[in-house]
Design a protein around this ligand. Structure first.
Ligand SMILES: [Fe+2]
Ligand SMILES: [Fe+2]
Length: 204
């Protein structure tokens, strides 16, 4: 692979723990499962952006920036559904998202509205970053060239989203506070990744 990565994608490498290399091989042999999980990740991303717009209706930049992301994430959902259909595979049931549920436990529940807003932005940035990293692994490690290209498109797109959530956090909150909390999130996510079993039927 000598295609250049965008700056956004290179920034993702700030994640503290790279994905276990065995994961790609496990995912590759469970395509129906991984595509199903991926489809629901995209759906949840769209839904969360809608809910963030509702909660932050008075933040003009956020509303302007997240509105097109809803469309984009929904487009991703449709791309994954189309891929399933093309391969005669079925969209499975929605599943519990263990990774995201564990991340949510790190959110400040009783903090100030500002702290809660910051965590809402950073949890999204983190999920986008890890998704991007996982898509990067798939785009580099899968045997099927078509699938490598398929995931490459998602990789670049999610990297842009990661950057957007950080930018939004820094627009509304002091940069130093954002950086400090981001470092804490990265540390927490590293421990979480370490404790999770490697399973090929999940994007995270
Ligand atoms: Fe997406
Ligand atoms: Fe995204």
């Amino acid at each position: 692979m000598n295609q250049k990565l965008s700056e956004d994608t290179r920034n993702i490498l700030g994640l503290q723990l790279p994905t276990d290399p065995r994961w790609v091989n496990l995912a590759e042999i469970q395509l129906e499962e991984i595509l199903t999980d991926h489809a629901y990740c995209e759906q949840k991303a769209a839904l969360t952006c809608i809910s963030l717009i509702q909660k932050n209706f008075d933040k003009e930049l956020l509303v302007d920036e997240l509105s097109p992301i809803v469309t984009e994430e929904w487009g991703h959902f449709r791309m994954v559904i189309a891929e399933l259909k093309k391969r005669n595979l079925k969209l499975g049931k929605p599943r519990k998202d263990i990774y995201v549920n564990k991340l949510i436990t790190f959110q400040k529940k009783d903090g100030s509205p500002e702290q809660r807003f910051l965590d809402n932005m950073l949890i999204m940035a983190l999920i986008e970053a890890r998704s991007c990293e996982r898509f990067k692994r798939l785009s580099e490690g899968m045997d099927d060239k078509y699938m490598r290209n398929f995931y490459r498109k998602f990789m670049e797109s999610e990297a842009g989203h990661y950057t957007l959530f950080i930018t939004l956090a820094e627009h509304y909150i002091d940069k130093k506070i954002v950086r400090k909390r981001w470092a804490a999130w990265l540390q927490y996510e590293k421990e979480l990744m370490k404790s999770e079993e490697v399973r090929g039927d999940r994007i995270h």
